[in-house]
Design a protein around this ligand. Sequence first.
Ligand SMILES: Nc1ncnc2c1ncn2[C@@H]1O[C@H](COP(=O)(O)OP(=O)(O)OP(=O)(O)O)[C@@H](O)[C@H]1O
Ligand SMILES: [Mg+2]
Length: 579
Amino acid sequence: MQREVIGIDFGTTNSGAAFIEFDEPTIIENSENERVTPSVVYFKDGKDVVVGSAAKRNTIANPDRTVASIKRHMGTDHEVRIGNESYPPEYVAAHIIKKLVSDAEKRIGTPAPDVIITVPAYFMDSQRQAVKDAGEIAGLNVRGILNEPTAAALAFGFQEDDERKILVYDFGGGTFDVSVLTIGGGFFDVDATSGDNHLGGDDIDSRLEEFIVDKIKEKHKIDLTKKKGGNRALLQSLREEAERVKIQLSDKERATIHLPYLSKNGRGTPIAFSYTLTRQEFNELIYDFIERTRKPMQQALDDAALHPDEIDDILLVGGTTYIPAVQEFVRDFFGKEPEHRIDPIEVVSLGAAVATLKDGVKEKERSEGIRRPVEISDVISRSIGVSVADGTVSKIITRNTKIPITQTKPFTNAGDYVDEVIIEVHQGESLYPEEDGYLGEFWIDIEPKPVGESRIDVTFEIGEEFGILHVTAKDHDSGNERTVKMEAVGRLTKGKKNKWMRKMLKTHAIEVIVENIDTRDILNYYLNPSASIGDVRKDLMKKGILSEGMSIFYDDEELDDKTLVRDTGIEDGSALELR
Ligand SMILES: Nc1ncnc2c1ncn2[C@@H]1O[C@H](COP(=O)(O)OP(=O)(O)OP(=O)(O)O)[C@@H](O)[C@H]1O
Ligand SMILES: [Mg+2]
């Protein structure tokens, strides 16, 4: 059976899924018939986990068991505490990705264990690795991690023949990203990227909340941030109200903040709060956030050696670009109208779907011109270098260099007659090693020489795949050479990742006993509901319990390879026979 590859936009506030249907990228609706899924996870008591709108609605009732904006914590040591348990961000994210894919599989009717997931271009390797791990914990085969702005450009320009310079201005829920690309004829070259990892619509909501809290203090002498007990629900509705008003102000000149119940007064009558905010007032309130996007935008243009006039198309991506003041800011900056034919919320998922064409184009389709392969060349988003004697980092490959690349830089000995040097590798823009930028270290033996007389060449090599760096150090005098492969430091060890994967599959998998009738071999086994019987057959063959020519029986009925496990009606604890 043909397996579809799903493109996933894993967002801070909203996530989405898309695939290629009849040669067109198409959004796949979730099981609630929505085109985007809120990135909210509700860990119900017991085993149930709810993701999406239902989880979002639950935030007020169960704030302790509901997790939002997990993307902001990817690649960090942050722990999510739910009851007595503590989850890594990868595990929470895995639930979101899993829901998107299971819903997509139901919708399109085929198993889709292969995915491409998007991340902000500014994500460091450790953050990318964390997202990839999340996909794997969800039991998926992560075929690629793609930058969100590249995805947007793919969706916009995959049928474009002429060469164009594109700037993607992506202002979403949690991050701001800007990228400059050259596209045309199936090629997508990233020229430069920049951004701010901690700037998004969430910040605007918080600013608006503070504003409301202040107004309430002024008017009613009530400090919501200090109020004890039963306060959670109020703060939650404050947050929702802030976002609602913000969104309304994208359409209307004024909007009213309304909180029907703040507290009771002395006579027991409820105190309500109401305030009408104008767009003008709102714009002033948030202007510094918008202004903060200028520097990264200028940086990306500088790195690409382009003047704003040379940009052919400006793509606005992310929900925050619906704000008229944001659009105006971009229009002023370029002195031209941004592109309005794309949907800022859906374009990243659609682009992730287009990226599935990268290696998925069949020879026949190619020769008949049905599908054109897509070629994407990316840049490294952070500089990498080695630390030297004065404690600074000497960069070997600078940010925004196109990959794949090999680069060598000569170094020398910092001490008299030392017989070894340590090569310590760091990622980041600062002159000094950054806390989260350490990639690894190793040493090589060198021939002892007076200070400054050795020559040690350090070579960095980055291939197509993100996060894998080969570092070679070579001492000229002795000829000693050492190459070390450094991988993006994944936060989760293999063992931990397996643990969460097992937990994930158990909450979703069906536990069965498999018995080989000929050999009497018995195996306890977890069935992935989204797998086909064919997938199960392959796996059981790998495990050595099933041999060629045998069939799988449930309730005395032979199961067809094409059927999905979830459609077989197999129940927890039942037995499967191999004969
Ligand atoms: N009409 C609107 N006006 C203003 N803001 C909006 C509008 N619609 C959505 N937003 C805001 O856009 C943000 C969500 O945007 P989006 O879905 O693009 O983000 P995301 O993909 O989840 O985040 P990121 O890409 O940063 O990880 C939220 O802060 C939301 O409040
Ligand atoms: Mg997004």
